[in-house]
Design a protein around this ligand. Structure first.
Ligand code: FAD
Ligand code: NAG
Ligand code: NAG
Ligand code: NAG
Ligand code: NAG
Length: 509
């Protein structure tokens, strides 16, 4: 759905080269910590640690061919400053790596697929623990759950399950891991039926801050299980997890993607508010304001993607009548298998949305319904700002309308995820090739957009989906306003991570 040139890939390589140069010239982590730590190098880790790990475990720095992939980021502004990558070859390697890093007082950071974008990640300097070798998937006896390793990502999980007759909770984008989103929520196409990614967790196998290992579930460490479902990035490394799976449902999905002229904006959002009243778990839909050069180079348009689980177009079409009446500029109708849906909608791993190497100033707001006045203000701001500089024209305003039944079916107090009352997830994503001259402009644009959404719902407290967070939001807006929530999280933090080793992802303090 999002069309873009290949420039992101080039940007990715350039950004990685820059990071590489800085990293080799500046091993500051080792200088800033204990005197012993100054001597730590890939050679030393290779001698002291690697022989104690499984045979495929590896350590490398910027000269290594694996470095570019291991450190590439979706957000190249305030990203983690990685000085050394260690790849565990087995789950049992992870506690050893953590203990080793702790013995030198060197910070560590777990990377699954590198899409984390909050600016709080920029505070990190140290060892990256890359989960890239830990991508095993096993359907467990009984076929109600699967054991997945900590580095698995959407595309391969969707295909693996589909091929074996199952579906499960993942994000919508093929490139993104399950645990990056899942530890803080995890929105996806299955949520109308089965809830967020974290609602699929049955047990997490966790390495704690001190390098000890533990199992976390309703029965074992239930308080930690509560915390890791919503604020999980703050508490440990998940080496593997037992995840609910469901029988594959319908061989085909109905997909229709529309492009509307912005003159239809008010009628469009009014129709969406009406559609929300007919919410059923089978419908997923989302819209984007964008500059689509295949339609017009001077006038931004609205894209709307509608998906219906089950290939029966006759069941889907009644929901579409009000949108057909708006006379779209164009539309594309398809019957697809579930694994093909991300490709049709531009959320596939190879698509522009997933591309690494650019900067993205991203800010979000959770809504109950659309305020048409606010949406018009956001569109007019977009229309003005998108022409500020050609470099910024890949920026988009995204409004996600996932079905919510599976999310609201769960008692909100039963997990640390505090946003079950939000129906719409909206974000401004201001995107450009790294260029400090554009930063202030981009941040203001994202912030103005967020402000308009929030001003449009004066009776609601503003909420922030932590996984789309910019890093300037209040903890309450992410982890909940009820005072007991942060009190409980802080108490658990003292117990399980007293030295605040897991502090880089919208950390609780
Ligand atoms: C293109 C794109 C699509 C997205 N689609 C969705 C979506 O459909 N639904 C949704 O809810 N969100 C989505 N997001 C937001 C997403 O939830 C966050 O960006 C998330 O941080 C990405 O996780 P990652 O593993 O890719 O990133 P990383 O930067 O590798 O990790 C993010 C955070 O998770 C931690 N982490 C990763 N693996 C582990 C582990 N095994 N154990 C403990 N901690 C771990 C990291 O330490 C870090 O703090 C999307 C983001 C992008 C950029
Ligand atoms: C880097 O990742 C790409 C895409 O997943 C893959 O095709 C390539 O082989 C990887 N390169 C290395 C050196 O691992
Ligand atoms: C949108 O509609 C207006 C008014 O009819 C028209 O002038 C304009 O060309 C249309 N834009 C696109 C992109 O079709
Ligand atoms: C479609 O998306 C809108 C918002 O974009 C949301 O309010 C609505 O609930 C969704 N409709 C259905 C039937 O899922
Ligand atoms: C919609 O947004 C406008 C602009 O912020 C605001 O004045 C108005 O009160 C909002 N309407 C509702 C129903 O909240």
């Amino acid at each position: 759905m999002l069309r873009n040139s290949g420039r992101g890939l080039i940007a990715c390589i350039i950004a990685t080269l820059l990071a590489t140069t800085e990293a080799s010239a500046l091993p500051s982590v080792f200088r800033n910590t204990s005197p012993r730590a100054t001597k730590l190098s890939a050679e030393q880790v290779g001698k002291e640690l690697i022989p104690t790990l499984s045979t495929t475990a590896a350590v490398y720095t910027s000269g290594d061919p694996r470095w570019a992939n291991a450190t590439a980021r979706w957000q190249t502004w305030n990203y983690p400053n990685v000085q050394l990558v260690i790849e565990p070859g087995s789950e049992a390697d992870v506690p050893k790596i953590v203990k080793y890093a702790n013995s030198y007082n060197v910070p560590f950071y777990t990377r699954a697929t590198g899409h984390g974008s909050t600016k709080t990640l920029g505070k990190f300097t140290g060892i990256e623990i890359s989960m890239t070798q830990l991508r095993g998937m096993t359907i467990l006896p009984g076929e109600k759950t699967a054991l997945l390793q900590g580095g698995v990502f959407g595309k391969e999980v969707i295909q693996f399950m589909w091929d074996r007759g199952f579906m499960t909770g993942t994000g919508s984008c093929g490139c993104v891991s399950l645990l990056g989103p899942g530890l803080g929520g995890g929105h996806g196409r299955m949520q109308g039926r089965h809830g967020l990614i974290l609602d699929h967790f049955v047990q997490l196998n966790v390495v704690l801050a001190d390098g000890s290992t533990t199992t976390v579930s309703e029965k074992s460490n239930p308080d930690l299980f509560w915390a890791m479902r919503g604020a999980g990035h703050n508490f440990g490394i998940v080496t593997s997890f037992e995840h609910k799976i469901f029988p594959r449902d319908g061989d085909l999905w109905y997909s229709k993607i529309y492009t509307f002229n912005s003159t239809k904006l008010e009628a469009f959002h009014t129709a969406l508010n009406e559609l929300a009243k007919k919410q059923i778990p089978e419908i997923i839909n989302w819209s984007i304001y964008l500059l689509d050069p295949s339609v017009s180079t001077t006038e931004p348009v609205i894209h709307w993607a509608f998906e219906y689980i089950g290939g029966d177009a006759n069941l889907a079409k009644p929901y579409l009548a009000p949108f057909e009446a708006l006379k779209p500029i164009n539309s594309v109708e398809q019957l697809l298998t579930y694994p093909q849906i991300p490709v049709a909608e531009g959320t596939h791993a190879e698509g522009s949305l997933c591309e690494k190497g650019d900067q993205r100033m991203q800010m979000n707001a959770g809504l109950k319904q659309y305020n048409v006045t606010a949406q018009r203000q956001i569109f007019e701001l977009y229309k003005k700002n998108i022409f500020y500089d050609p470099a910024i024209q890949g920026s988009v305003i995204v409004m996600e309308g996932y079905s919510i039944q599976g999310v609201t079916a769960v008692d909100p107090a039963s997990t640390a995820y505090a946003l079950r009352d939000d129906d719409l997830l909206c974000a401004a994503i201001i995107r450009y090739h790294p260029n400090p001259k554009l930063d202030a402009f981009a941040i203001k644009w994202a912030s103005d957009t967020r402000n308009i959404w929030n001003a449009g719902q004066p009776t609601r407290k503003l909420t922030t989906y932590t996984n789309y967070g910019f890093g300037d939001e209040s903890l309450e807006s992410q982890y909940g306003y009820e005072p007991w929530r942060l009190t409980k999280l802080r108490a658990l933090k003292k117990k399980f991570d007293p030295k605040n080793k897991f502090s880089y992802y919208n950390g609780i303090n």
